[in-house]
Design a binder for this molecule. Structure first.
Ligand code: PBG
Length: 326
């Protein structure tokens, strides 16, 4: 019998496997989420996300120092304000919790890339990502406040904004707002392909941003759809996005690959809160090998086409990468 293909030749030793490995995770791929909370004194662990904390303005620099010391070069900031109202003013006022955090972080770490999540859901009394009238989330009116938010974040020193509110035209509106304010060089990382997903559950606990009525299915995408993702990416490209994103990641890696094959922009994967919670829970039960599962998960996102990964595992992964190649 002749065996034509001996695939195992290239798997025979660790060094040969290193030689032919197609995808790698490097530290520069990682973006660590950071929650700043105006209502607490120090830091509080998020119950459904063990190891992830909400930080007060006084405590946030300790976390940033750890992140920077691990060699991570980007963070994305989320805020929990001390007041909520109809127009989400905590999201866009000059002394909002995120604006204060950004000023503090950039003053201490000018080289760290600080990305601001641009949305209203943590700041509106309805918990929706936009302005609500008669139980409907209005599109164009919401763009006004979303743009105000982006501009105020960049004024505070954000290097980039990441709009996540899923309104139509949000990239164009923010681009115009930033340009008018003199920020032509500030990139937009758009949450282009954002599904209405139950994988955001733990985040909504963390950021206190669950909708008070209804759900987000009228503005976020249906998980059953694939072509719609490509239409979203095409709109964002036309409107001037500098990065596109697919979110969540694990159950949507086919979409990641589709988007990779259709865009030349840098592609971001968001490894969301529910994905983190599931791995942590199984690991705490001793059911899985967390390190290996995280490595496989993150490199799977790279293989699917992601250039960058927003992940609550960023610190853990950076620690491993510093010791050995992942
Ligand atoms: C804000 C926003 C959400 C997430 C990121 N930005 C929540 C949502 O859309 O409901 C989720 C992130 C995660 O689950 O880790 N709109």
């Amino acid at each position: 019998m002749v065996i034509f293909d001996r695939h195992r030749r290239l798997r025979s030793t660790a060094s040969i496997r290193d030689l032919v490995r197609e995808n790698h995770l490097i530290r520069d791929d990682l973006i660590m989420p950071v929650f700043v909370d105006a209502t607490i004194k120090d830091k509080e662990e998020i119950a459904s996300m063990p190891g992830i904390y909400r930080f007060s303005l006084a405590a946030v620099l300790d976390e940033i120092k750890e992140i920077v010391d691990l060699g991570i070069q980007s963070v994305i900031i989320f805020g929990i304000p001390d007041h909520k109202d109809d127009v989400g003013s905590g999201a866009w006022e000059e002394n909002g919790v995120v604006q204060q955090a950004i000023r503090k972080i950039k003053a201490a770490y000018p080289d760290l890339i600080v990305i601001a999540d641009t949305c209203l859901c943590e700041y509106t009394s309805t918990g929706h990502c936009g302005i609500v009238k008669d139980h409907r989330v209005l599109n164009d009116e919401s763009l006004v406040y979303n743009t105000k938010t982006a501009v105020s974040q960049v004024k505070a020193g954000a290097d980039m904004v990441a709009p996540s509110n899923a309104m139509d035209g949000f990239v164009a509106a923010i681009r115009e707002g930033l340009d008018k304010a003199g920020f032509q060089n500030t990139p937009i990382m758009s949450y282009s392909v954002k599904y209405a997903s139950s994988f955001y559950g733990p985040f909504r606990d963390a950021a206190d941003g669950a909708p008070q009525f209804g759900d987000r299915k009228g503005y976020q995408m249906d998980p059953a759809n694939r072509l719609e993702a490509l239409r979203e990416v095409a709109s964002d490209e036309k409107e001037g996005a500098d990065f596109v994103m697919v979110k969540p990641a694990m159950a949507f890696l086919d979409i990641m690959r589709d988007v990779r094959n259709h865009t030349n922009l840098p592609l971001v994967a968001y490894n969301v809160s529910g994905e983190y919670a599931m791995i942590k829970a199984a690991s705490q039960n001793g059911w899985i090998d967390e390190d290996q599962i995280v490595k496989e998960t993150l490199v799977g996102m790279k293989r699917a086409g992601a250039d960058l990964i927003i992940t609550y595992f960023a610190k853990d992964a950076a620690q491993r990468i510093n010791k050995q190649r992942w």
